[in-house]
Design a protein around this ligand. Structure first.
Ligand code: ASP
Length: 361
């Protein structure tokens, strides 16, 4: 048993110590040998770099206990993450944009009831589902977001529409849904977002609240009531970065509460000069620490590597008392996936085109 645990630790160590470096060559298409045709090295190194492309996704960070995870459930989570990776990766492989890839990956997770976004969104204290989403284009620094929408099947696509077809960055509830209707975005009956599991989770919290909550807190957000968020970051063959994030928010949140997900610079950020970031965790803390932009700023102004910058930005959340994680990819295709919770549903495609999906630490 001990041996098994040690082997497991070693594997995790290998994975995390190898992953960032491996991603320097992420999904590189076989570059023509520098000397094959001309006998010279390519003059434009950047041109070779542009052949890099990659995608990283997450399905939320939280207290993910092996003991409460059935094999069927775990298989379903893994399959959902793989479907999302496939959707995004295929677009990038064909030379599609990072914006299209991140939107496609997030839509898959929004449609999957296992994840807290779209279909599987958690409930507010009033028993409603209110979703937030955002997307950012690292090439133009344009961004779009929606907050507290109740009838939008795929909030990430509405966020993209806000970015591309409105002069604004964030639209909320009624206005966002009117804008969706005008632009032919699919609206559904709020019943579409009902899932028994999320409903039961709310009832459990309500029950605990009757007994005073925990530590005298008015709102008891149980440890296993953290249901995460979904997100994707990508680098395309043209060298453009994008990030997209979507969430149902936090269990038992007050109606009207808006988390970090639609706040550009907090839950989502992308800049071709640095990196693309998507966050998950206690939104209030991610807003206060300005996490997604912080990662970019640490690279831009302090010259940090992605790994170091991502960890430092997340450490700031922890210092404030918050928990969560983030995924990031930089302009060279390096990746980082730090989290300070028991687990984070996450995945990426390794340099050999193999899909890597992880849940626990
Ligand atoms: N960050 C999300 C929010 O605060 C929730 C999560 O990722 O767990 O709305």
């Amino acid at each position: 048993m001990k041996l098994l645990a040690a082997a497991n630790c070693f594997f995790v160590f290998l994975l995390f110590s190898a992953a960032p470096k491996a991603f320097e060559a992420l999904a590189q298409e076989p570059a023509p040998s520098p000397t094959a045709a001309t006998g010279k090295r390519p003059e434009n190194q950047e041109e070779m770099q542009r052949k890099n492309f990659g995608i990283v996704i997450h399905g939320g960070a939280g207290t993910i206990e092996r003991s409460t995870m059935t094999p069927e459930k775990e298989r379903a989570y893994r399959a959902g993450l793989e479907r999302a990776l496939t959707a995004g990766y295929e677009i990038l492989k064909r030379g599609g944009s990072s914006l299209d890839a991140t939107e496609a990956a997030v839509r898959v997770l929004e449609d999957d009831p296992h994840f807290n976004a779209g279909r599987g969104s958690v409930f507010t204290s009033a028993g409603t589902n209110e979703m937030d989403a955002s997307i950012m284009d690292g090439n133009t620094l344009k961004a779009g977001a929606v907050a507290s929408v109740k009838r939008v099947k795929n909030p990430v696509s509405l966020a993209r529409l806000v970015m591309e077809k409105s002069p604004h960055v964030i639209l909320d509830c009624v206005g966002a849904e009117a804008f969706a209707k005008e632009n032919g975005i699919e609206l559904v009956d709020p019943k579409y977002f009902f899932t028994q599991e999320r409903w039961d989770a709310l009832q459990k919290i309500k029950e605990a609240e009757k007994h005073g909550g925990v530590g005298g807190k008015r709102f008891f957000i149980s440890e296993d009531g953290r249901h995460g968020t979904v997100g994707a970051v990508a680098l395309d063959k043209a060298g453009n970065l994008a990030a997209a994030t979507s969430t149902g928010g936090m269990d038992n949140k007050l109606p009207g509460r808006i988390g970090d997900t639609p706040v550009i610079g907090a839950g989502t950020y992308a800049n071709n000069q640095t990196c693309a970031v998507s966050c998950t965790g206690d939104g209030e803390y991610f807003i206060r620490a300005g996490v997604a932009h912080e990662v970019s700023a640490l690279i831009e102004y302090r010259g940090m590597k992605l790994q170091e910058a991502a960890q430092m930005a997340l450490d700031a959340v922890e210092k404030l008392g918050g928990a969560g994680g983030l995924i990031a990819i930089d302009k060279n295709g390096e990746i980082a996936l730090p989290f300070n919770t028991n687990g984070m549903y996450r995945g990426y495609v390794d340099p050999n085109g193999k899909f890597v999906v992880e849940i626990y630490k």
